[in-house]
Design a protein around this ligand. Structure first.
Ligand code: HEC
Ligand code: HEC
Length: 260
């Protein structure tokens, strides 16, 4: 038995000894990560006055309205009120970008608009202004069902993302599906394993002491199984997000979420 397999066996054993969740009687067994969290973290997400992510949302709103020196128009000058113009937008990303014909995340889409339409200095992926704008735009979809577009060009990305989700990786030789489909609801170390639905992103994560994206969260899972994570903005991470969005289609957007 390889070291990877042995480690995987040890993880499996630890998981087998953890208590089972009660069997769900509902037809739709999908659950947001919110439902797996402790009461204190849930309360923090439920109440905007307590949710630290709202600081990023406020920053995003300021950026949306700001006319920077040297930049002709603010986001709002072209798009109008985010409450109406961006309603439902986050719920249907990743989507195909018209200019490239490729699937892009909401962050990538914002970043393109910033560079090509607004002609401002580009925002790096995961940079604070971009994460803030993403959090502000994502919040405009709160309460709406995730609605990935029925675009045939997304099918191939979804298929590749699904294959990545089932592929064993890293020194622990584990696939996403083993934890997030087969073992969801059990505990690993101290944490409950959620089903990995992208309903709350971007999230404030206590461990990060910051708001971060779904990509950052997924990369953390690669590191967790001691695999080299794909780069931020890479096709692999976009494909995985296309797959996760389809897997969670119809679930309600809760952004910005709070996670341990
Ligand atoms: C060894 C088990 C394990 C594997 C394998 C694993 N994860 Fe995770 N994942 C976790 C745990 C545990 C958490 C919750 C961590 C926490 O709350 O600190 C998590 C959290 C997540 C979340 C956040 C869900 C939410 O509600 O916010 C996503 C998304 C996710 N994982 C995706 C993936 C993807 C994609 C892969 C494969 C590349 C993967 N995970 C592989 C254990 C795993
Ligand atoms: C000069 C006008 C202009 C400015 C400034 C501008 N945008 Fe845009 N934006 C557009 C146009 C036009 C489109 C849609 C056409 C396209 O595909 O490019 C668009 C599309 C988008 C989309 C995709 C919407 C969807 O329905 O998929 C997002 C998100 C977005 N912009 C965010 C922003 C943000 C955030 C800013 C500020 C940082 C910004 N835009 C600044 C003109 C602008």
């Amino acid at each position: 038995m390889s070291r990877g397999r042995r480690n995987a066996a040890a993880v499996a054993l630890a998981l087998a000894m953890a208590p089972h969740p009660p069997a769900g009687a509902q037809a739709d067994a999908r659950r947001s990560g919110y439902e797996f969290m402790g009461a204190a973290t849930q309360a923090m997400q439920r109440d905007d006055a307590q949710n630290p992510a709202m600081l990023w949302v406020a920053e995003g709103e300021a950026l949306w309205k700001r006319r920077e020196p040297g930049v002709e128009r603010s986001c709002a000058d072209c798009h109008g009120e985010a409450r109406t113009a961006m309603r439902g937008v986050a719920a249907r990303y990743p989507a195909i970008e018209a200019s490239s014909g490729r699937p892009v995340t909401l962050a990538q889409r914002i970043s393109t608009c910033r560079a090509d339409r607004q002609r401002g200095v580009a925002y790096a992926l995961e940079s604070e202004p971009l994460v803030s704008l993403e959090a502000y735009i994502a919040m405009q979809s709160r309460g709406l069902p995730l609605a990935p577009p029925a675009d045939a060009r997304l099918a191939e990305a979804r298929r590749r993302g699904g294959a990545l989700f089932r592929q064993r990786v890293g020194a622990l030789d584990l696939a996403c599906t083993q934890c997030h489909d087969e073992l969801a609801g059990r505990r690993l170390g101290g944490s409950p394993i959620p089903q990995a639905h992208p309903t709350g992103y971007p999230i404030y994560r206590l461990e990060w002491q910051a708001v971060g994206t779904l990509e950052r969260r997924i990369r953390g899972c690669y590191t967790g199984v001691r695999a080299q994570p794909p780069a931020i903005g890479s096709a692999e991470l976009v494909d995985l997000q296309v797959f996760l969005a389809a897997r969670a289609a119809g679930m309600i957007v809760e952004s910005p979420g709070v996670r341990p």
